[in-house]
Design a protein around this ligand. Sequence first.
Ligand code: BT5
Length: 252
Amino acid sequence: MSLTLNTRVFGKKVYSYSKVESTNEIAYRLAEQGAEEGTVVIAIEQTKGKGRADHYWFSPSGGLWLSLILRPLMVSSSMSQLSLLGALGITTSIKRMFPLLSSGIRWPNDAVINGKKVGGVLCRAKNEQKKVVFVIMGIGVNVNIEEFSSPLCFTATSLKRETECYVPEEAFQHCLLEELERLYFSFLDDSSALLEEIRLFSSLLGKQIKVKISQEELTGLVQDIDEKGRLVLRLESGIQRRIGPEEGYISG
Ligand code: BT5
């Protein structure tokens, strides 16, 4: 894999750190100061890596922890699909570098290999009058992490664990930025093309799952992911429910 970065805008400006609390926080501040679309903030280690809803994100050295500044011309309601786009970018990068690994997307923001989480996405937007001013797309990928302690050891994996080889981190980072740029501009151009690719890599389609929505837990069959990035679930009662990416998470 070449070390050249073949992108037009993503990663042309990179802020690199050895240790930070969270790359998302730094990227947010830079975006407020006017940093351009495609600017990347990357760190070897995060001490307060964040997941959704203030979940923690385990981010020791050996992983790829980066945040990308986006300035899409879109209404804030379309922004929910960007987490899926990020998860798809992780998945297609894994496919490009390791075609034999069976990686997929687990709605709404996970990249998985054989059911274990290898990467996650956290998007945070600044909106004004229902329009997006900027989005910070935070991406975490367990590249060369060798060990996870409990309870992560039951649910997480890394590229090194799956391939049993050291993975060149810079090559993976370039591949990821190239895939994210391709998907992002294709999405801005025609969101239906992105949806097709999301469906193709979705590990949940046709599966029986449990989704937690605040205090409620729903069980049903995943029928589709719709044009708004919502999970289309057929409940045991036969009723169909559409669940937005911010509304719930898979609990089983
Ligand atoms: C996510 O949240 O998956 C979003 C992860 C985004 C991380 C990136 S790293 C760069 C940028 N800076 C940040 O501070 N964040 C972003 P969520 O779907 O809520 O998943 C969080 C859950 O995943 C946790 O509650 C754990 O169960 C699990 N988890 C934590 N660390 C993990 C890891 N390294 N690998 C796999 N699973 C992990």
